[in-house]
Structure formats: structure tokens, C-alpha cells
Design a protein around this ligand. Structure first.
Ligand code: ADP
Ligand code: MG
Length: 803
């Protein structure tokens, strides 16, 4: 922290600017100088502090400062800074410069470097001292281009160097800080020729040795320097020492030692120390620009830390407690801005005109009568919600969530019937060819018992369709001779034109980019949109993620579904497991074996799965037919492999995690998951859902390597419950919300702070978004100006249109 001194140098403006920055950072509490600003300036004399005019002006500005509210104080600080800035630019003429005597070269003189003048948080970081082209490029590799980016560059962690200790009391292996004088210094070379600087530091209680492999240290810390050293205490030949510790001169502001020290993500050529200097500089230079988008009342009510303080504390916290509260504040803001955007979009989308489909109960009763089963209560509820929505004269944006096998297809099919009966067309968009084919077949089956004149005319369009088929589909679609078309991305191609698209159904939304969804929607006049997903998300998070969608949930499986026997197996029992697979295959069934994510790299996963595939085909099951599936294969190759498996040309499918979510292989009875500890709970549940699709008893076997406590809890949960929603909730409890947002959600802007928050924060942010928009739907009120700017910035990066 910049502690102002009374015997400041002749020109105080640099020091004052730092004081003002500190004041802004602390939230305008009049706490940057002891006794407050008014008293401070009253006590300054013009003789040693530059022009009398300027000082008089400052005194005027700070008269009564203590009695002002935060925003008025902010204005005063702003004006004071402008005043100082104007003074500096006037005086910085070369002539005046030349006349000034050279400053005395004393080592370790207090560093009160002038701050760069930052006008806006969007200013480029090149404005900062020491950031040239090279450094800018390094920072760009961390996605840091503007001052704002730098302020939001989150430390990976903080070293706790806050414990300053007498040298005699330091302990082996502990992180600590000592302060003292450099009493001896030696430059050497190691046996391998590396330069080595070794020095001894004394603090009066004792001496400790510190070594660096950096020859420059010798110049920066000559004998006699007062220095602080932070690091982990190590040992060399029985003597305690520091190796490559963090250091800084005692006379400087403490950034690298003696406190909670931020550790940033780095790139080649960029080191912690310069990066810390930059974040420090950015915080100081921009402190006066930081405004809290939330007013005092809101902040108090939600118990949030003021934003300027939170930004300071996220980098340079005074305590771990303060750090936690700061993170919470930043996470809140991110979620608030996300929610504001989502809710606004929904309001906008629904303000457009849409078609009101009459519900048509006789038609649906008739359709239900033709089905070999009764709807579950959950299916009926979801369908009612959908139909109510469709009956409104505004476009529907609804998500239908339900576990694998919960019967989403028949619900969607019912909605399609209603649209078709009213003279419109419907489309079902699937993420892969094989899933499109599967939907096409099952829809055909569902409509089969309807009399010819009521049966929708179906068509399929995928990448496999021939030119002639495509032309035919195009013609019939635009002539209105197709009622319901099922397809892949091929449906989105420009030549595909509907006569009257009324309902767009999208399966597995996570696989579709936002642009593609919008493209489908543009093919109709504001059609109703129904998105289906088999990935259960806890209700609490669903609200957060799908803020622009209404959500219907099928949380009940049709009666009589078999439970999939789920067991954990020791890896020492793999032989027995293989024996069991063989029995199942001998009985005419098929088997999946999943290999885990080795790293976040498909190439490495593919290699690991390939190696296992080789081993299994040659050593374990040489007489059986094995297939291999991984993410490095082309979509057509993957599709061909899945088709071969479905056609029973393969007994064992060895796969990485890419195996199709919705794929139906009724004859497969065993899902063996290797390295199960590496998968998330939802994903494990998805894998398990690949079996048990037929009549035969089915099994899921989990083999785990060394597992952490939470991994064990995950696997136990999977063994104990088959309910996807329950599992997603357990997953959330075990991992926290950050993990759910860790991977980029398709259609959402990058959430980088989300992992800092907890569920309570997310929900409060959502409630607050609704409260704000209820009062000011377009964020056009003056007091929401900052929020609106934040929302626009956040959503600007190609997030486009959701739903
Ligand atoms: P989802 O798409 O949700 O994974 P599906 O719609 O594919 O599930 O349904 C799985 C199977 O269950 C299909 O064969 C379907 O015909 C059948 N099914 C759907 N609803 C019911 C029900 N209420 N009772 C019995 N079987 C049903
Ligand atoms: Mg399905």
C-alpha cells in the first residue's frame, strides 16, 4: 500500500495520485490518509508542495469531504485527479525538464513512479509502463488486452507470505517471510556453469542464506540493501536456506513478499513479478474509474463488497476472508449480467408475434388411444405446459429435460401433431445422422397406428441423402407436402425452405451452436421452439443456465423399466470381469467398454483407447469382433462404426467418451467403464443409459484407479441411484457450481468467474436480475447505465441468440 509520507518530494502530485487511487480502491471511506483528506490538505504547505493555486484548489475540493456520500466523494477524487493531471502535462515541457537537476542516485529510494493516465478501462494495456509490443503479445496469450482484462485476470492462487518472522524462528518447509539486510554476496557458477548468486541476510536475530540462479539479483540487491524474502524454507547440508525466493526491497510497496501474494497464470516469457507489478499499476491507475454498478442499498441488502474493493482484494487481499468475500462479489456480478441478458432476450423473443395453436384435445386423445402405453404423469404435465405455451400468440422457447428413456420423443411428437393439425409443418433437428435416423424410425413407429388421413407425412434429410433425394425433399417441403421433417445440420442449409414451419424441435441442445438454432428458427415465421435434452441439470442451475427458456421436466420413468445393475469392481478383478463380458456375448448380447479421459486432449484419449483396443483384440478377446470409436475419427467413420454396432456386426465396442448420448442399442447389456473415477457423475450416468434399452437384464461395471474421496462418493452414488436428477444434484453438491460452467456452455458467453461463487450467490443474482428488470425492462434508467453497459459488453462476444 502506498503510505503517504509527510516529507514528500518536492513534487507531491505523484504521491497524491497514489493516495487518491487508494481512496477509490477502499471505496471512498476517507481512509487513505490518517485523519482524513480535509485535515491532510489543511496541513500541507505550498512551499514544499508546488503551486499554491493547486493546493488551494485541493483544499476547496476536500473541504467537508468526510460528510459526503460515496458517489460525491468519488466525484471529488475524480476532480482532484483531473487537476493534478492538467498540472503535470503543462509542466512536462522539455525546457523545464532540462533545467531540473538530475535526481540523486540513491539505491532503494522509495519508488513512487508516476501512474499512467488511464482514461477508460477499455484502454489498451500498452498504456502501462513497461508494456511494449512483446509484453502485449504475452499478455494477449492470456486474453489480456485492455486494462479491464488485466483487472479481471484471476490469480490461480495466493501464496501466504503474510507471516513475517525473525530469522531465528523460521521452520523447515514452511512458507514465510523474513526481513533484513544483505550482509554478504557471492557470485559463482554451478558445476554445470549456471550463474549462481548467493547472499546472506541478517535481521539482528540471525542470518539466513538465499540463492538464486539469476545473475541480475546481485546488481539489484547489493550488500547493505534492506530486503524482504518470501518462500518456502529449504535445507542445504543441514542449514536452512531459501532457494529462488521472492524478494523485494523493503522500502517498496509490498507486492511480492510479506503478504498474500497472487500467483497468476503465465505464458512463455512472462513471469510473476512483472505481472504483479502490472496488476498493481493497473489497479492504481484505474481506481478512480471504478464505479460500482450496484447502488449502496442493493449492496447492503445482498451483503456484497463494493466492487472497487473486490477488484483490489481479488489480487491483493488483506486476508483469506477478504479474498473469499471479494470472489463472491465478482461471481455475483457475472451471474447478474448473465441473467439480465438471458431474461431480456426471452422478453424480446416473446414480444414478437407468434402463431397461437389451438390445443386440439380430441386429436391428442385419439393419438394417445393408439399408443401401446399410457403417458406418465410427468409426461402429461410436460405436454400440458408445452401446449399451453403453443396456444399463446407468442413464440415458445421451451426446454424439455428428461432422463434417457423418460419418453421425451412421444411428448414432442404430440406437440408436432398439434402444429400439423393446424396446417403448419414441424422439424426435428438431431445432432448426428444416426440419431436423426433413430428419431425418424421411432416417430414413424409412434404414428403408425394413426389412420392414413391423420398420419403426418414424414421425411428424413441427412448428409447421407443423395442429390436426388435432397431435391425431392426440397420440393415437397416447400410445397407443404411434408408435415414433419427429421434431419441433421443438412436441414439448415440454405436451399431447404419450408412452406410454413410452425414448430422447431431440437434434440440435445448442447451440440448445437447458437447460430444453427437461429438458422432453423429463421426458416419459419417465429416458430415455436422446443429444445430437448437428456442431460439432467439440477433445477437450481437449470434456472441459471436456461434463463431465457421456460423449462419442463420429465422426472419420472415409465413403469416397469428395469434398473441397471451397477457395481464397482477392483482392477485386480479385471479377469473375472472379462469372463463376465464373454458370458454375455456368448448369450448373444453386446458390450461397451469405455476408456477415460487421459487428459484434456482427444489425441491422447484416442491413443489410450487405441492401445487398449489392440490389447483386447489380440490378447483377451482374439476370437470376438471388436470395434473402436474415438474423437479423432471423422463423423462419417463414427456413424459407420455405431451403425455396425447396432447391426450386431460387432460384439464389443471400445470407445472414448464420444459414444453417442442418445443412441439406442437394445441388444447391448453391459457397460464397462474403465478409469471411472475420472468421469463426472452425469457423464457416468449417461454412459449407463446406453444399456438397459432392451428386455434383457443389463449391467454397468465401474473400474476405478486411485480415487479421491469425492470420486469415491460419486461412484457410490451411481451404484445407489438411477435417478438422473438426483445424481445431478449430488454432483453439484460434490463439485460445486464452478465445474458445471467449467466447460463452455454452448450459446453462453464464457463464464470465467462463475467458479468463484456458490449456489446461493447464483440464485441471489437471478432474483436480483428479475427485480431489476421488473422495474426497468430495458435498463434504460440512469441508475442502471453501468449495468446496461456491462450486459452489453458481456453479451457482445458472439453470444448471439439463445434458445
Ligand atoms: P427419451 O427420448 O426421453 O430418451 P424415448 O422417447 O426414446 O425416451 O422413450 C423411450 C422408450 O419408452 C420408447 O420406446 C418409447 O416408446 C417408450 N415410452 C415412452 N413413454 C412411455 C410410457 N409412458 N410408458 C411406456 N413406455 C413409454
Ligand atoms: Mg430419445
Amino acid at each position: 500500500m502506498s503510505r503517504p509520507r509527510d516529507n514528500a518530494t518536492a513534487d507531491s502530485s505523484v504521491l497524491w495520485r497514489k493516495m487518491f487511487a487508494l481512496e477509490a480502491r477502499k471505496g471512498y471511506l476517507d481512509s487513505a490518509v490518517s485523519g482524513g483528506f480535509e485535515r491532510y490538505f489543511a496541513g500541507q504547505s505550498a512551499a514544499s508542495n508546488g503551486s499554491a493555486d493547486r493546493l488551494a484548489e485541493l483544499r476547496r475540493l476536500f473541504a467537508g469531504y468526510a460528510g459526503l456520500g460515496a458517489s460525491q466523494r468519488a466525484q471529488r477524487i475524480e476532480r482532484a485527479l483531473t487537476l493534478l493531471h492538467a498540472g503535470e502535462t503543462q509542466r512536462a515541457t522539455p525546457v523545464a525538464e532540462a533545467k531540473r537537476p538530475a535526481p540523486p542516485k540513491k539505491p532503494a529510494q522509495r519508488r513512487v513512479a508516476p501512474l499512467p493516465h488511464v482514461e477508460s478501462l477499455d484502454d489498451p494495456i500498452t498504456l502501462l509502463r513497461g508494456v511494449g509490443e512483446g509484453r502485449a503479445r504475452q499478455l494477449a496469450a492470456l486474453n489480456v488486452r485492455t486494462i479491464r482484462d488485466l483487472l479481471l485476470l484471476l490469480p490461480r492462487l495466493h501464496h501466504d507470505y503474510s507471516r513475517v518472522q525473525p530469522i531465528t524462528s523460521i521452520l523447515f518447509h514452511r512458507e514465510c517471510t523474513v526481513r533484513g539486510e544483505v550482509v554478504s554476496l557471492q557470485e559463482q557458477r554451478t558445476k554445470t556453469g549456471k550463474p549462481l548468486v548467493e547472499m546472506e541476510i541478517s535481521d539482528g536475530t540471525g542470518r539466513v542464506r538465499a540463492t538464486w540462479f539469476n545473475p541480475y539479483i546481485a546488481r539489484q540487491l547489493p550488500v547493505g540493501s534492506q530486503v524482504a524474502i518470501s518462500g518456502r524454507v529449504e535445507q542445504q547440508r543441514g542449514i536452512l536456506c531459501f532457494r529462488n525466493p521472492e524478494w523485494e526491497l523493503l522500502d517498496e510497496e509490498m507486492l511480492h513478499t510479506g503478504r498474500l501474494v497472487p500467483v497468476y497464470p503465465l505464458t512463455k516469457g512472462l513471469y510473476q513479478k512483472p505481472l504483479r507489478n502490472l496488476t498493481r499499476m493497473a489497479l492504481d491507475a484505474s481506481a478512480r474509474l471504478l464505479r460500482d454498478p450496484l447502488d449502496d442499498e442493493t449492496r447492503m441488502r445482498l451483503q456484497l463488497m463494493p466492487l472497487p474493493i473486490a477488484l483490489e482484494a481479488i489480487h491483493y487481499p488483506e486476508s483469506l476472508d477478504q479474498l473469499r468475500i471479494a470472489r463472491n462479489r465478482l461471481a455475483f456480478d457475472e451471474f447478474l449480467v448473465l441473467q439480465l441478458g438471458l431474461v431480456q432476450r426471452k422478453v424480446e423473443w416473446q414480444a414478437a408475434d407468434g402463431h397461437a395453436f389451438p390445443s386440439n384435445p380430441p386429436l391428442l386423445a385419439h393419438f394417445r388411444g393408439t399408443l401401446p402405453f399410457q403417458f406418465t404423469a410427468a409426461q402429461q404435465r410436460a405436454l400440458d405446459e408445452i401446449l399451453q405455451d403453443m396456444a399463446l400468440p407468442r413464440p415458445m422457447s421451451r426446454l424439455l429435460q428428461g432422463d434417457v428413456g423418460s419418453g421425451k420423443t412421444v411428448v414432442a411428437a404430440s406437440a408436432a401433431l398439434v402444429a400439423i393439425a393446424d396446417g403448419f409443418q414441424a422439424a426435428l433437428l438431431a445432432p448426428t445422422e444416426i440419431l436423426a435416423e433413430q428419431h425418424y424410425r421411432s416417430l414413424g413407429g409412434l404414428f403408425d397406428a394413426l389412420p392414413e388421413n391423420e398420419r403426418p407425412r414424414l421425411a428424413l434429410l441427412t448428409g447421407k441423402s443423395t442429390k436426388a433425394e435432397r431435391r425431392d425433399v426440397d420440393e415437397r417441403l416447400s410445397a407443404g407436402e411434408i408435415d414433419l421433417i427429421v434431419g441433421t445440420h443438412a436441414l439448415l442449409e440454405e436451399h431447404v425452405a419450408f412452406r410454413r414451419l410452425g414448430l422447431a424441435i431440437i434434440d440435445e441442445q448442447h451440440r448445437f451452436g447458437v447460430g444453427q438454432r437461429a438458422a432453423l428458427r429463421d426458416k419459419g415465421y417465429n416458430p415455436d421452439v422446443l429444445v430437448m435434452t437428456a442431460t439432467p441439470i439440477p433445477r437450481s442451475l437449470s434456472l441459471v443456465i436456461h434463463g431465457d427458456l421456460d423449462v419442463s421436466i420429465i422426472d419420472e420413468l415409465p413403469p416397469g423399466r428395469q434398473t441397471i445393475e451397477t457395481r464397482r469392481a477392483e482392477s485386480s478383478k479385471r479377469r473375472e470381469v472379462y469372463g463376465f463380458l464373454r458370458q454375455q456375448i456368448d448369450a448373444g448380447h453386446q458390450v461397451f467398454i469405455i476408456y477415460p479421459l487421459v487428459e484434456e486432449s482427444e489425441a491422447i484419449d484416442a491413443r489410450a483407447a487405441t492401445a487398449e483396443y489392440e490389447r483386447l483384440s489380440t490378447e483377451v478377446f482374439p476370437d470376438l469382433r471388436l470395434g473402436l470409436l474415438h474423437g479423432r475419427m471423422k463423423p462419417v467413420e463414427k456413424d459407420a462404426m455405431m451403425t455396425a454396432f447396432r447391426e450386431r456386426e460387432i460384439d464389443i465396442l471400445v470407445s472414448t467418451s464420444v459414444v453417442e448420448v442418445g443412441i439406442d442399442i437394445p441388444n447391448a447389456t453391459v457397460m464397462l467403464i474403465e478409469g471411472a473415477e475420472r468421469f463426472g457423475l452425469s457423464q457416468l450416468h449417461q454412459f449407463r443409459g446406453r444399456v438397459g434399452r432392451g428386455a434383457a437384464r443389463s449391467y454397468c461395471i465401474l473400474i476405478a484407479g486411485e480415487s479421491s474421496e469425492t470420486a469415491n462418493q460419486r461412484l457410490d452414488a451411481l451404484v445407489q441411484t438411477q435417478d438422473g436428477f438426483r445424481l445431478s444434484e449430488i454432483d453439484l453438491e460434490l463439485r460445486g457450481p464452478g465445474e458445471f460452467f467449467g466447460k463452455r456452455q454452448s450459446g453462453l458467453p464464457d463464464l470465467k468467474l462463475a467458479s468463484l461463487g456458490d449456489l446461493g450467490t447464483l440464485q441471489r443474482a437471478r432474483d436480483e436480475a428479475h427485480r431489476i428488470l421488473n422495474a426497468d425492462p430495458h435498463l434504460s434508467a440512469e441508475h442502471n447505465r453501468l449495468l446496461r453497459a456491462q450486459v452489453e459488453r458481456f453479451w457482445a462476444n458472439g453470444a448471439g441468440d439463445l434458445s
